[in-house]
Design a binder for this molecule. Sequence first.
Ligand code: NAD
Ligand code: UDP
Length: 317
Amino acid sequence: MRILVAGGAGFIGSHLCDRLLAEDHQVLAVDNFLTGRAENLHHLRSNPGFDFLEHDVCEPLKIAGPVDFVCNLASPASPVDYLTHPVATLMVGSVGTKNLLDLARQNDAGFLLTSTSECYGDPLEHPQKESYWGNVNPIGPRSCYDEAKRFAEAVTMAYHREYKLNTHIARIFNTYGPRMKLRDGRVVPAFLDQVLSGRLLTVFGSGSQTRSFCFVSDLVDGLFRLMWSEDHLPVNIGNPSEMTILQFAELIQAKLGIEESITFKPLPEDDPKQRQPDITKAREILGWEPKVSLDIGLTDTIEYFRAQELAPPVSPT
Ligand code: NAD
Ligand code: UDP
């Protein structure tokens, strides 16, 4: 198949490109580098199955040749990134998603939307099942991301219902691994950057808020299985092992052998107090669950960041 990956130069998108190429598909990655990086795809530049198009998906796409599947990962994903680009985030979730759905429809292609646990907002139901409608502030600072993704889910379901498009929706929970930007503000790179450069770990609030961290290879395996499934309603993809952010900071300290290095900063507005996926549906319909332990995933990620700090910058693809 020839598969278009929008957001292919991003953290998860670049790993999805690797996986699709490893499964003998042809990949066309599309990205405007708003938050992604050419170096995430640099290793694929001489792969005959791989192609790249620099393009903003908010503009309609004219793609030469057939497209059999469209994967939509294009969107800022880190709170720091989407708070910096709130309008671009709303536009790519709405106009960008519609343009990619139109492309899928013109080609009678399959479609995968990477949605988010942020659709549940600051959840009042715990853990979160797909049937939960969420508790989202529609005008708060995070609304540019949450409402863009809720619109993206709605328009994807509308294309499925009205045009019978073969669509799939993944609700991704916190994912980490190599190719995250060291300074994108998300908690895993933030804590690792702080430890590796000898600074204090910044825990926001009291650190009692919870998250569950999924390693990127597990996440991509879940997306890959969902692409070929018969299911059209949202499916949670994430790791259910939940911990507080303070516990996570202590775990990083213990793993890197440092002590007494935490400083507390104010909790950002609307920061969800708890988050844990119920992955019963993914287990049942995809036969999927995460396999990589936090310890092994963090070891890989730390190695990547250490190498990044030593490596010279890479020229564009
Ligand atoms: P990322 O920022 O690394 O990747 C997103 C990519 O989309 C970037 O390469 C960016 O340049 C590109 N992009 C943004 N706007 C675009 C536009 N208008 N046209 C073309 N390309 C555009 O983020 P990520 O962590 O890899 O996230 C990928 C997807 O997964 C996003 O849709 C995100 O919402 C979703 N997601 C990620 C997580 C996570 O923990 N990483 C959690 C939930 C959902
Ligand atoms: N966080 C933190 N210190 C940091 C960065 C993040 O304590 O330097 C907290 C943040 O307040 C949130 C959690 O870690 O409660 C996860 O934040 P992240 O930005 O990774 O993603 P989110 O789950 O909020 O989308």
